[in-house]
Design a protein. Structure first.
Length: 112
């Protein structure tokens, strides 16, 4: 194998790698970036996930200032309820005082 054959093999490879780096550079430079609603970026948080059956879940998701209760299965996502404000009366209070396990057990078996 001569030097000319080696250059004929490596030149296209170097050219393709250079084009890929140039494409990556322009993609990073001119990609759509931004913050807030103007750029389409939303503040999304999954608050809770509960499995109800294998591969089926109930999830509570906060998007900006709304809460969504979603049914999620392997093939679909269904909106069960939309809650506009976190202070809505339909949301049960999280900060209720929880009774201890022993107190709940005694209450349920009839002991005081």
């Amino acid at each position: 194998m001569s030097t000319g054959d080696l250059l004929k093999a490596l030149l296209p490879l170097i050219l393709i790698i250079g084009l890929l780096y140039a494409a990556l550079y322009f993609l990073k430079k001119y990609s759509f970036r931004g913050k807030g609603k103007e750029s389409g970026i939303l503040n999304i948080r999954v608050l809770s996930n509960k499995m109800i059956m294998p591969k089926k879940f109930i999830s509570v998701v906060r998007v900006e200032d709304k809460l969504f209760v979603l049914a999620i299965s392997e093939n679909s996502i269904t909106l069960l309820e939309e809650i506009n404000s976190p202070n809505d009366s339909t949301i049960p209070s999280i900060h209720k005082e929880k009774e201890s396990f022993l107190a709940a057990l005694k209450k349920n078996i009839g002991m005081r």
